[in-house]
Design a protein around this ligand. Sequence first.
Ligand code: FMN
Length: 149
Amino acid sequence: MKALIIYDSFYGNTEKIARAISGAVAGEVKVLRPGEVNSSDFAALDLLLVGSPTQGGRPTKAIQDFLNKLPEPAVKGIRVAAFDTRFSTKLVGIFGYAAGKIGESLKRKGGTLLLPPEPFFVKGKEGPLKEGELERAAAWAKRVLESKK
Ligand SMILES: Cc1cc2nc3c(=O)[nH]c(=O)nc-3n(C[C@H](O)[C@H](O)[C@H](O)COP(=O)(O)O)c2cc1C
């Protein structure tokens, strides 16, 4: 199993989620920011997870640029999943969220989305994460790995 987790994080919360996810994946797993990714990271890849803080209803610019530039052959036929961090208030719902947009982008490039995009919640702009979110991230990673798609 070769897995790649690509994330962005302004205040460290999404990074904590990305690392909790990686702890639940057995095998070769790398946790990288977009600027650290090499094309060789995509060689013989089994699973690609992409996560971002939600900012203005979207992923960060670094994640958006990464997804826009990601060549289709790198994603085609790869098992993918998306996650984000966000507020839990309903008021921001009208703008959408990062994870849905990441999932759509990965699907458009031919990735097989294993589970619906998953939110993890912060208490304030800079965090911290709500109680139990790291455990939920590890549990989500296990469900992703067990997905039969
Ligand atoms: C400029 C900015 C815009 C944001 N916009 C949203 C938003 O539209 N919806 C939301 O739920 N959270 C929003 N947030 C809260 C972020 O999701 C929160 O800062 C993030 O989850 C923290 O993750 P990080 O520590 O990995 O950066 C915003 C935060 C910033 C700084």
